[in-house]
Design a protein around this ligand. Structure first.
Ligand code: 28G
Length: 636
């Protein structure tokens, strides 16, 4: 033993200590020894192949999950160097797998693109593998070497001939380290491989699962890079404009690739990456993008006189409905933040802001129609934001008569127990009057909505938010609105929309559903929203009265009563019913039909709303006619 130890030189001791430390504290190098850490091994190796691709030498990377959860990664690059290093007198490849890079702490990696700093993580993977085998195709030959738990098992062997070049690494994660198991989740691997293909334009990436007979294989190659990524994310979404805005520039060794496009949803999907690592906490690249987006769109709106007095577009407004990917490749990334996923390089902020700003400016100038649509959408978002804020402020005021000078028309119920209480939102003052008289005031509250006000054909949602009745509604429910909404404060666990069974009634119903969907979605998710179904007909003979809720029901009743002299009244609106009739047909819990609104119904309503509020008159008319049954079809 003594003699053997003396044979070690200083470097080999250091080297052994390095990989021993990886095994002692694996979490420091791969984050955890759970599933995330296990999958991280794959990415460390794939990273090296990607570096070889970014250096311009590899075009295809294959990842295979072999039986027993063995991973094989192959690239068609130059092949890892096998020449003898003059100082150590050992093949260069050995260092790649056995020398731990100084300061190679988890997530603190120095970028390797074209700088030739390959192999940062290979030694870590080697240290944490039960066995690892590397093959190099180079110089017309095949080389091979095997390791176990970081130790060299055999010298680099040279055998056979090869006409191609490249590297192949095969390894089995060490069960002694990954105590929760070494089973890979193929979907996690596939998903990230696809993402890497999007992030590295033109690179072909193949992934296979060979653990069973299914032989799953996916091949990804995106010549359009981030343009294809955005188009993939916006698939199935309604687009605001057809052309994806795209920037792909290299400045001072920094690659800036950005793609963006608006859809008609209200959610923002901005994803940023630095050196293919997702920067969940954002950073200077994302800041630069956001700065440019606000600046350029605001300037465009001003320069084209698109803003009314007092209208102002904020950063929030220009991001509504936006799908954007920002990918930066930089030689020395600084990762900061709680999870080291925030890009800190200060020079990147203005670089991205200037570079992308110019691209966006040019895009708007060259696509005037799309520019107009985009900027108009942002102005709409700005107005909605202002309206929502006003509504919020108004509903926060305690007094029922606020500075806007309106008194709520709410006829509240006596019960203070929300689980027992119902709020009826009733179209029209006269129906509201009947509902107030006919209700069971212990647990039923009535809020009349003046149909005319709401039925302004082109009222946008933000206008509705400025509407006194809607403000009363927010106040009545008492749980706030938007982000501040607190379901536990809701004063009623049943909110019933009761509108006329006609086109205008449907229209108001759709508007209310849209309102709830956008500003109080929790009410819908919790099943608090209902639609009441008033009768369409009253049929009577002698003293017998029958209410029919559909044409079909009336037809059936006519058949049942042949020979009788039926008096049929068609209700044109709730207003035609007196208090007693309204109670009997629509409000009495023992006989009424209430349809609970599902989230899907609300999403549909939201889409309908967009169509209803569009500028084209004809399609809107047609749409209203075709969907006149909407409220009654809710229960499908
Ligand atoms: C298959 C799975 C993982 C790799 C290469 C290619 C080279 C390389 C890798 O060199 C050391 C430091 C700077 C030159 C570089 C080959 C230059 C010439 C390479 C991989 C030596 C690393 N010929 N392919 N490393 N550099 N693929 N795939 O790991 O000076 S690692």
């Amino acid at each position: 033993m003594e003699e053997k130890k003396e044979n070690y030189n200083a470097t080999s001791i250091q080297l052994l200590e390095g990989l021993e430390h990886v095994r002692l504290r694996p979490g420091m190098y791969i984050g955890s020894t759970g599933p995330t850490g296990l999958h991280h091994l794959v990415w460390e190796i794939v990273d090296n192949s990607i570096d070889e691709a970014l250096a311009g030498f590899a075009s295809h990377i294959e990842i295979e999950v072999l039986p027993d959860d063995v991973i094989r990664v192959t690239d068609n690059g130059r092949g890892m160097p096998v020449d003898i290093h003059p100082k150590t007198n050992r093949p260069a490849i050995e260092a790649i797998f056995t020398v731990l890079n100084a300061g190679g702490k988890f997530n603190n990696n120095v970028y390797k693109t074209s700088g030739g700093l390959h192999g940062v993580g290979a030694s870590v993977v080697n240290a944490l593998s039960e066995w690892l085998k590397v093959r190099v195709f180079r110089n017309g030959k095949i080389y091979e070497q095997e390791y176990s738990r970081g130790h060299i098992l055999s010298d680099l062997k040279e055998y056979g001939t090869s006409t191609s070049t490249g590297s192949e690494v095969t390894f089995k994660a060490d069960k002694e380290i990954f105590k929760e198991g070494t089973e890979y989740n193929f979907e996690i691997l596939r998903n990230r491989v696809q993402q890497l293909a999007f992030l590295n334009k033109g690179l072909k990436m193949t992934i296979r699962d060979k653990r069973n007979d299914n032989n799953l294989e996916f091949v990804y190659q995106y010549e359009g890079g981030l343009v294809e990524y955005v188009s993939f994310l916006n698939n199935n979404k309604e687009l605001v404009h057809p052309t994806i805005v795209y920037c792909d520039k290299v400045i001072d060794q920094i690659t800036i690739e950005i793609a963006m496009q608006y859809n008609t949803t209200y959610t923002t999907s901005i994803y940023s990456f630095a050196n293919n690592i997702k920067t969940t906490e954002g950073g200077t690249h994302e800041d630069g993008f956001k700065l440019a987006l606000s600046r350029v769109i605001s300037n465009y709106a001003k320069e084209h006189d698109m803003l009314k007095k007092d209208e102002q577009i904020t950063g929030e407004d220009v991001r509504e409905g936006l799908t954007a990917i920002i990918s930066i490749k930089i030689p020395n990334p600084q990762f900061e933040g709680q999870t080291k996923t925030k890009l800190g390089n200060v020079e990147v902020r203005s670089l991205v802001s200037q570079t992308f700003g110019q691209i966006l400016e040019d895009f708007l100038a060259e696509h005037p129609n799309e520019a107009k649509t985009i900027v108009e959408k942002c102005i709409l978002a700005a107005n909605a934001r202002v309206a929502a804020r006003k509504a919020k402020e108004a509903t926060r005021r305690k007094s029922p008569l606020d500075s806007l000078g309106f008194a709520s028309k709410l006829a509240d119920c006596r019960s203070k127990d929300p689980s027992m209480s119902e709020l009826y939102i009733v179209e029209g003052d006269s129906a509201g009057g009947s509902a107030k008289d006919g209700r069971e005031s212990e647990f039923q509250a009535i809020l009349p909505l003046r149909g005319k006000v709401l039925n302004v054909q082109k009222a946008r949602l933000d206008k509705a938010l400025g509407n006194k009745e809607i403000l009363s509604l927010i106040q009545a429910i008492g749980a706030g609105i938007g982000e501040d909404f607190d379901i536990s404060k809701a004063r009623y666990h049943k909110v019933v929309i009761m509108t006329d069974a006609d086109v205008d009634g449907d229209h108001i119903c759709i508007l209310l559903l849209t309102f709830f969907y956008r500003y109080m979605p929790k009410l819908i998710e919790n099943g608090y929203i209902y639609v009441a179904k008033p009768p369409l007909y009253k049929a009577e003979y002698g003293k017998t009265v029958k209410y029919c809720y559909s044409d079909q029901e009336l037809e059936n009743y006519k058949k049942e009563t042949v020979g009788k002299k039926l008096a049929i009244q068609r209700y044109k609106g709730l207003g035609e019913m007196d208090a007693e009739q309204l109670w009997e047909t629509t409000m009495d819990p023992s006989v009424r039909t209430l349809t609970q609104v599902q989230l899907d119904d609300a999403i549909l309503a939201d889409q309908m709303f967009e169509t209803l509020m569009g500028d084209e008159v004809e399609p809107r008319k047609k749409f209203i006619q075709e969907n006149a049954q909407y409220a009654s079809n809710l229960d499908v």
